[in-house]
Design a protein around this ligand. Structure first.
Ligand code: TPP
Ligand code: MG
Length: 336
């Protein structure tokens, strides 16, 4: 049997080869995530949002690039940092914002909140507050898809920290033996809470671990370039849909905000964060690419930004004006 390959991916597709609508979709999706997260941050700091919030700011290209190859029939398992995955999967911003505000009109009737958003209609099986908790749920979903003879796939998102959990081994081994239609997407954002990945991870590239499970592994060095992520994920998803079994995608990105809103961030310097913002911001990289190629003028990008601002303002209004769930509903929809 030929050994699986672990490769570094560089996209050979020029920005000019994409239709303008497609490029607008990438940009608008990333913008929705960014602006949604900025609003959530502001409202959380203002005491309007209950619970705990982990922001996806700076990592927008990963969710957008992967999900651009999926339909609502494909499933995803998300993480504690799940707003971006949910938006890229096609969530309604009003219903999402309402959930985060703990309102009755939210995806989980206001009883899930930031870390437990799920919507089966769009194939979003759930965010997950348990680090590494998504692998085996996704493997189960992929097993169901395979047993039903579907061409749909499942994807599980996880961080560099989560890659060190034992649950990864269980799911990766099972998915490989059963040739399940499952994409492992590692978001290597350099930190697991306060721990830099280098101090806690045995390999330089986490995708190297795919080798041990006989699945292909692809490393996107510039995981903040949405087009690179899109192309790399496209190849792997085609491979999975063709019935070849699981694959592993590692995207190198950076968590620009604290681990959670309110994190004092004593484990890294302000200079390091600023350097990443200045040189690697996914929105900035995209804007530069499409304007330098002459595909979008600056005022066209501004118009898209204004449209998204309107969507976020609507979502906020909807969430704020929605009622809270009634106390009598507290024990409804519980599976115990
Ligand atoms: C099983 C488990 N252990 C510990 C935690 C506490 N915790 C929450 S997020 C996190 C770090 C996760 O890091 P990573 O997987 O790299 O994801 P990132 O936050 O960087 O997106 C930890 C340790 C938890 N929620 N669940
Ligand atoms: Mg991390």
């Amino acid at each position: 049997m030929e050994a699986p390959k672990i490769t570094k991916f560089a996209s050979a597709v020029s920005v000019r080869e994409y239709g303008k609508d497609r490029l607008e979709y990438f940009y608008e999706t990333m913008l929705k995530i960014r602006k949604f997260e900025k609003t959530v941050e502001e409202k959380f700091l203002g005491g309007e949002i209950p619970g705990f919030v982990h922001l996806y700011i700076g990592e927008e290209a990963v969710a957008t690039g992967v999900m651009s190859n999926m339909s609502h029939k494909d499933y995803i398992e998300s993480t504690h940092r799940g707003h971006g995955h949910t938006i890229a999967k096609g969530a309604d911003l009003n219903i999402m914002m309402a959930e985060i505000f703990g309102k009755k009109t939210g995806y989980c009737k206001g009883k899930g909140g930031s870390m437990h958003i799920a919507s089966f209609e769009i194939g979003m099986l759930g965010a997950n507050g348990v680090v590494g908790g998504g692998y085996n749920l996704a493997a189960g979903a992929a097993l169901a898809q395979k047993m039903q003879g579907k061409k749909d796939i499942s994807a599980v998102f996880f961080g560099d920290g989560a890659s060190n959990r034992g649950t990864f081994h269980e799911a990766a081994n099972f998915a490989s033996v059963w040739k399940l239609p499952l994409l492992f997407v590692c978001e290597m954002n350099e930190y697991a809470s306060t721990t830099p990945y280098r101090t806690a991870t045995s390999v330089a590239d986490i995708a190297q671990r795919a080798y041990g499970y006989d699945m292909p592994g692809v490393i996107v060095e510039d995981g903040n370039d949405v087009l690179s992520v899109h192309e790399a994920a496209k190849k792997l998803i085609e491979y999975i849909r063709a019935g070849n079994g699981p694959a592993f995608l590692e995207c190198k990105t950076y968590r620009v905000k604290g681990h959670f809103v309110g994190d004092p961030e004593k484990y890294r310097t302000r200079e390091e964060v600023q350097r990443n913002i200045d040189t690697r911001d996914p929105l900035m990289l995209f804007e530069k690419k499409v304007t330098e190629a002459g595909i979008f003028a600056h005022n066209e990008l501004t118009a898209i930004q204004a449209r998204v601002d309107g969507q976020i303002a609507d979502a906020l209004k909807f969430a704020k004006e929605s009622p809270e769930p009634d106390a009598s509903e507290l024990f409804k929809d519980l599976y115990v």
